[in-house]
Design a protein around this ligand. Structure first.
Ligand SMILES: [Zn+2]
Length: 346
């Protein structure tokens, strides 16, 4: 069990450093730089793959097995699809945000030549005093648009700002840490888990701990669009650390680490899941075992790409995923503890 002193501050600071950097899938270079800085602060060697994944090398105490951990630092987002005749930006989804939750959110538009503009995502029936269907119009791709904070009256005005189809639109994560220990933010899936892994690396350095076997910690950047785990290094076991589901038909809470036995891609490795359950139970880590019918992860992608590795998935319980998410320090700490036990730190 890891020493909890300073753990909360370290963990929440790490989470904040990742969460406040816009990084929808395909636009992740800045968050990868930050994760790389955090890994180097923890004394680790790093490398990047052509597709943009960050691999952190953690030497083990003995030979015999190759271990992989993965968490994704890409997030949901939007992209400009087209510009309307009156200068609004129509959007297309990157990944699967719950679109009605975006109505009214502040956002940034990143042009390809490096300019950044602000705006607000709104329904195309945004005014109660103007539209009969202001409250009832579906909030979907074809009826949500970005109102840009510039004086634009027509399409050419927007084009003159350097904005065009294919520019990223990033909505505000609204990251907040409460005194009661909650982390409230968009994109806790999966930067909450990435923060757990990076904070664990930092604590391992401070306490002189190393894993039993050589471990590669992989921060992937295409999970939300379905191919993040396709190009991971060859390992014997791959443990994905990704958000745990909370809600109907599930037992996990925000205060626990979730151990997923089966997701929409099928069951995880029987031996690994059983080992994780035993480790949590025998060491007093608060955990839940659940089935996720609406979920897939980088492990399934790695398997479909042909990786011959055992695979499992754990992560802190996250409420309202792909909307306004929330988790608690207790769930993140339980996740760090279980990862530490899995790695047989010593
Ligand atoms: Zn995720």
């Amino acid at each position: 069990m890891l020493n909890t002193q300073n753990c909360r501050t370290l963990l929440m600071d790490t989470a904040r450093r990742l969460l406040t950097i816009d990084s929808p899938s395909g636009f992740t270079h800045r968050v990868v730089e930050e994760a790389e800085t955090l890994a180097r602060e923890a004394g680790c060697a790093t490398r990047r793959t052509n597709k943009g994944n960050l691999i952190v090398e953690v030497p083990g105490r003995e030979e015999g097995k190759r271990i992989g951990l993965c968490a994704h630092v890409d997030t949901l987002g939007l992209m400009v699809r087209s510009i309307t005749s009156d200068g609004m930006l129509m959007i297309t989804k990157v990944g699967g945000p719950i679109l009605p939750t975006l109505d009214g959110e502040y956002c940034k538009i990143y042009t390809r030549d490096g300019r950044v503009y602000t705006g607000t995502i709104l329904s195309l029936s945004p005014a109660a005093h103007v539209f009969d269907d202001a409250a009832t119009r579906p909030r979907e791709e074809k009826s949500l648009a970005v109102r840009i904070d510039e004086k634009v009256r027509k399409k050419a005005d927007v084009e003159a700002l350097g904005i065009s189809a294919g520019d990223y639109v990033c909505f505000d994560p609204k990251t907040t840490v409460t005194d009661s220990g909650f982390l409230k933010s968009r994109f806790i899936d999966d930067k909450g888990s990435a923060a757990c892994l990076l904070a664990l690396l930092r604590l391992m350095k401070e306490q002189g701990l190393s894993p039993r076997y050589h471990t590669q910690v992989c921060f992937t950047v295409h999970e939300e669009v379905g191919h993040g785990g396709a190009t991971l290094p060859e390992v014997d076991e791959l443990l994905a650390v990704d958000m745990g589901c909370v809600g109907e038909d599930l037992t996990c809470t925000e205060y626990q680490v979730s151990i997923c036995a089966k997701d929409s891609a099928g069951p995880f490795d029987y031996d690994m899941v059983s080992r994780l359950i035993t480790l949590a139970r025998d060491n007093g880590v608060d955990y839940a075992v659940d089935i996720y019918p609406h979920y897939s992860s980088d492990v399934a992608v790695a398997w479909k790409a042909g990786m011959d590795a055992r695979g499992a998935l754990i992560g802190p319980g996250v409420h309202a995923s792909h909307g306004m998410e929330r988790t608690h320090f207790d769930g993140m700490k339980a996740t760090m503890d279980l990862v530490g036990l899995y790695l047989e730190l010593g």
